[in-house]
Design a protein around this ligand. Sequence first.
Ligand code: PLP
Length: 553
Amino acid sequence: MEIGLKDDIPTYSGGLGILAGDTIKSAADLNLPVVAVTLMHRRGYFTQDFDESGYQIAHPVNWDPSTYMTLAPEKVSVRIEGRTVYIQTWIYFIQSLRGGVVPVLYLDTDMPENSAEDRELTHFLYGGDSSYRIKQEVILGIGGVRMLREFGFTIKKYHMNEGHASFLTLELLHKYKKDIESVWDESLVWDFDSVKELCVFTTHTPVEAGHDRFDYELYRKVIGDYFPEKVIRWLAGEKDLNMTMLALNLSNYVNGVAKKHGEVSQNMFPGYRINAITNGIHSYTWTVENFKRLYDKYIPGWANEPETFVRVGLIPQSEIWNAHMEAKKVLIDYVNSTTGIGMDYNTLTLGFARRFATYKRANLLFSDVERLIKIAKGKLQLIFAGKAHPRDEAGKKLIQSIFNYSRELRDQIRIVFVKNYRMDIALMLVSGVDVWLNNPLRPLEASGTSGMKATHNGVPNFSVLDGWWIEGHIEGVTGWSIGPAATEIAPDESMNAIDAEDLYDKLENVLIPTYYNNRQQWLNIMTDTIAKNAYYFNTHRMMRRYVTEAYIK
Ligand SMILES: *Cc1c(COP(=O)(O)O)cnc(C)c1O
C-alpha cells in the first residue's frame, strides 16, 4: 500500500512504507529478480505543520510523478460498483550502484477514461472511509496482478506486504480455476493449493484491531459477483472480511517481522504456521555521509556486505567519535536555526521520533516531571519528531503535550519538537543524537526500525524490550533496556509506571554518569552498536532470508 523510497516521492506514512522501500533497494543491490507494486498517492501523505498551541495541521502534498517516473502505455481495468475503472501505471526504476534494477509500478486511476470520483481513488494514502479503502485494495490486489500480466512478467512468488494486497489471491484463484462443469461442491472448483504455492504473506500488526476488515455488504456493493461470497466467507471470515485471514489462508509461507512478533502472531492465529524473519534497514540509505566515509576507508564493501561491520574494531575510536560529533553538529545547528532553542553540542542528547500512535507512549518520559527535572537539568536535552494520522486525535494531543512540556520546562530542560518527520529528518536525527529512545507498550511494536538506523551511525538504543530490540540488546554493551524482560503479558496500563521507573533510574544512574564520566566505555558501546547490531539488522540479511526461506522453496 505504501513504499518509501525518498522524500521527493511522498507515498509513504511510516515504518511499513520505509521497510518496503529498503527491502526493494536491497533486492536491487543483490540483483534479485523482483518487481514491486504500489499505489500512486498523488496527494501524498501530508506535510506537517502546527498552530500556536502545537496542534497538528496536515497540508496535502502535491507532487508531479512525471519528474521521477515514466508513464507506461499499458492499461488494465477492474470492476468497482459495477463500473469499469481503468488503471495506468508509472514506473520508477531503482538502480543499484551494483547494477541491479528493480522496477516499481505505481498504479494510478487518475486518467480521463475514469469518472471524477474514480480518478481520486489512488490519490490519498490511508485517507477516506472503508469504502474508499476497499476500492484502493481492489486496485492494488486485483489491478496489480492484471498489470503485471499485461507487462508479460512471469511471477513465481507474490509477496504480500501486510494484508492490504490480499485481494490478489482472488485474481489468482480465477486464473487457476478448474474447468469442472456443474459441481455441487464449490471448493472443488477453486484450486487453493496452486495459489498457496504462489503466495508469501508478511504480517506487521500485533493487534487484532489493526487488521483491515470490511463488512460483506460493502464487499457486495463494491466487488459484486467478481468472486462468490460463499467462498470468500470460508477464506476471509464468516462475520466480516478480514484481509489478514484471506492472506493467511492462501499463503504457504507466513511470517512476522521479529522473533517475538512471530510468537505473538502465532498465538493470534493458532492453526497457521507463522515464521519469523526479523526486519532490517537498507544500510547505505541510513548511514550518514561522514560514517559512510569512515566505513569506506576501513571496511570497504560494507554497504553490500554489512556483515563486515564485525570488523568495525579496525576503526580508531577517536574517528568514530569525530564522525558522531560532526553528525551531532548538523542536527543541533538545524534545531537551533529552526527553533532558536539554543541547544549545545556537549550535552547528552536523547532522540525520540516515530509515528505518534498512542502505544508508542511518546510522553512516558514526562510521567513524573519533577523527577525528570531533577535528573535532566543541565545534563540532558531532548529532541522529538513524528506525525500523527490526521484522524488520530489522541496522537495529535500527544504531540501537543510535548509542545506544552517544552514550553513549561524551558528554563530547566531544552526540549524541541522537530516538525515534518520524514526520511531526511530521520537520518539527521538517528545520526545526530547520542541515544535513541524507544518505549512502546509491549508487545505492540512488531519490530521497529528507526533504532536499527541509529545503530548504523554508532548511536546506541535505550529501549523497551520489544520487537527487534529483544534480539539486538545486550545490556551495557549494545545499549540499554527499559523495564522488565520481554514477557507474554498482554498490554496493560500498569506497565507505564514500571517502565517509567526504570527509564528514570537508568538515565540517572547509568546513562548520564557513563556519558559524562566514562567516555571510553561510551565509545565501546558506540562501537559494539555498529559491530553487534548494524551487522545484523539490515535488509541485505533480511532479503537473503526471504529468498532462502520463503521464495525459492
Ligand atoms: C524509519 C522511519 C519510520 C519507522 O520507524 P519505527 O521505529 O519503526 O517506528 C517512520 N517514519 C520515518 C520517516 C522513518 O524514517
